[in-house]
Design a binder for this molecule. Structure first.
Ligand code: 6PG
Length: 233
């Protein structure tokens, strides 16, 4: 596990953008990336749009999602909509390289459909899909993806994609499961802001009460990109 700390959220996102550029350049052929939603990634996506739209060979990049809310893609809560507005609409990536979770579909059906889409389009190693890069955020309750502290069984699920529920709002979600995330070649947590400081400390200490503590790629690399506030410096 490697911690990389930067002064501001913008500096942290800019450093992660440069890292992703380098990692994509290192990969021969297609690059399989799973993206998280929420607000933090908008920093990263805006920088990728502004500074890397012509630098990265987007035709080699295949985008999937780590999780999605059970809402239509035009809904303001949609992770796909956020990604389209801050990244996809600003880069030259073929539509066929973008595999969104259909939040508008019945969840029990979509988790099976999306798992099949992953089976068909993502290489497998050890009987599980292997992503080159997975981008994760951290909730101040210690969740990551849509694996919440009251649904820790998703960390060990045999499914590729599963139904979840946001405990405060009751909102239905769809999420990649722990084994899939931990089968990836590299996982990048991007965490910024003072409100995350306490939880970052708990996760770095592998506090077993929180799902994010169990994210540890079996053979891959784990990075925490933190601004000074989240790192408690
Ligand atoms: C989501 C994300 C979720 C997010 C954390 C942190 O669908 O909301 O996948 O896991 O990464 O909730 O969210 P913020 O970046 O908004 O703090």
């Amino acid at each position: 596990m490697e911690k990389r700390i930067f002064d501001t959220g913008e500096d942290t996102a800019a450093a992660l953008a440069a890292e992703l550029y380098n990692r994509i350049a290192e990969v021969q052929g297609e690059v399989y990336i799973a993206l998280s939603g929420g607000s933090t990634p908008t920093l990263l996506f805006s920088i990728l749009s502004a500074d890397y739209s012509q630098k990265i060979e987007w035709s080699r990049v295949k985008f999937f999602w780590v999780d999605e809310r059970a809402v239509p893609p035009e809904d303001v809560q949609s992770n796909y909509r956020m990604t389209a507005e801050t990244l996809l609409n600003h880069i030259n990536i073929p539509d066929t390289n973008v595999f969104r979770i259909r939040g508008e579909s019945p969840v029990k059906k979509e988790v099976l459909t999306y798992a099949e889409i992953i089976r068909t389009n993502v290489p497998f190693v050890n009987g599980l899909p292997v992503f080159d890069i997975i981008l994760l955020g951290l909730g101040d309750d210690g969740h990551t993806a849509s694996i919440f502290p009251d649904q820790m069984e998703l960390l060990k699920s045999k499914e590729i994609c599963a139904e979840a529920v946001q405990p405060q709002s009751g909102q239905t979600r769809m999420t990649l499961t722990g084994p899939v995330i931990n089968n990836s070649r590299s996982v990048y947590f991007l965490v910024c802001g003072k409100n995350k400081e306490d939880m970052v400390k708990r996760i770095l200490n592998k506090d077993p009460r929180y799902p994010a503590s169990f994210i540890q790629p079996n053979k891959g690399h784990l990075y925490f990109y933190l601004d000074k506030e989240a790192a408690g410096e």
